[in-house]
Write a protein that binds this ligand. Structure first.
Ligand code: ATP
Ligand code: ATP
Ligand code: MG
Ligand code: MG
Ligand code: MG
Ligand code: MG
Length: 269
């Protein structure tokens, strides 16, 4: 293969800074939609939770996991997704910019490419933008706390948003009246407003709304075919419970399975 001759200009290459990430530590890439408050309004997202949008996010994340086998799992909620690499990955020699930009690019283009599959008649009006960052976590406890942090965020936001939009859509309050009504309330107050005034038991809200989506690699045994296949599954389990991390301890074992297909509710639409 043709190799470029060295030119007198090539010294500029040395201006590129080294961004190799620390070895043997958890690499987390988190993406977040830019101005999705506005984007969601302009594309008529159902409030507070548009299921089409969540499924599209999950599907875009699935295409990322399918492409990068060193990703162990991914967690998504609202307009954000976190991707977790196995600790020992040497993908792109652990160069931060390469990891971040290829993941963001695959995710963003998949979001656009598969828009119609989920939104059908609702046209995509302009290309969305996602920002991204890379964070390193040195031990399992930090990573687990990271996952718990993102899932706790879903709960806090969703309980607020569910109560807010119920007050607006069913209680006929204006947005600013609903905001005032919720000012200074704690979780129990919001649960009570939903239950006493609107007969809504927050516990019965869909798991995907309350907990977000965790995508992970799994090996599934097919009795009829007498063989295993490796798949990426979506779950909405409670990661705040230590039981979850005991049951899924293999998740952090650093041995990702090859993934070939996708199973889970996303394929059911
Ligand atoms: P930034 O550019 O700083 O991230 P943002 O407007 O995207 O600004 P976020 O804090 O990321 O702000 O919040 C994302 C917003 O997108 C939510 O508050 C909500 O209004 C909207 N949104 C995202 N996903 C959904 C969804 N599935 N259904 C309804 N609304 C959604
Ligand atoms: P990497 O992932 O390392 O970037 P690559 O295959 O993208 O690998 P590059 O050095 O970036 O390698 O080269 C891009 C290649 O894409 C070119 O060598 C050429 O084969 C092809 N290519 C890009 N643009 C065009 C174009 N406009 N017309 C024809 N071929 C193109
Ligand atoms: Mg942001
Ligand atoms: Mg955002
Ligand atoms: Mg966000
Ligand atoms: Mg190239």
């Amino acid at each position: 293969i043709h190799k470029m001759a060295k030119s007198s200009f090539e010294y500029v290459k040395k201006f590129e800074l080294d961004d190799t990430l620390l070895p043997n530590s958890w690499i987390v890439v988190r993406l977040d939609g830019k101005c999705f408050h506005k984007f969601s309004e302009e594309h008529n997202f159902a409030k507070p939770n548009d299921i089409r949008a969540l499924k599209l996010m999950n599907y875009a994340a699935f295409t990322v996991l399918r492409e990068f086998n060193d990703l162990l799992m991914a967690f998504g909620q609202s307009d954000e997704y976190s991707f977790i690499f196995k600790k020992s990955t040497t993908l792109y020699k652990r160069r931060a910019a390469k990891l971040l930009t290829t993941i963001n690019s695959k995710f963003s283009t998949s979001y656009v490419f598969y828009w119609k599959k989920f939104f059908e008649e609702e046209p995509l009006k302009y290309p969305p933008t996602f920002d991204g960052r890379v964070v390193l976590y040195p031990n399992d406890e930090n990573l687990i706390d990271y996952m718990k942090w993102r899932q706790a965020d879903v709960h806090i936001n969703n309980l607020y948003n569910t109560t807010f939009w119920t007050l607006v859509l069913k209680g006929n309050l204006s947005p600013s009246q609903a905001e005032k009504r919720l000012c200074g309330t704690v979780s129990a107050d919001k649960n009570e407003i939903l239950f006493k005034e609107f007969l809504i038991n927050y516990n019965n809200e869909p798991e995907i709304f309350k907990r977000g989506t965790l995508l992970m690699r799994k090996s599934i045994f097919h009795n009829n075919l007498d063989k295993h296949s490796n798949v990426i599954v979506d779950t909405h389990d409670d990661m705040l419970k230590d039981r979850f991390w005991k049951e899924h301890s293999s998740l952090l074992l650093n041995k990702p399975k090859e993934s070939m297909m996708y199973v889970g509710p996303i394929t059911d639409i």
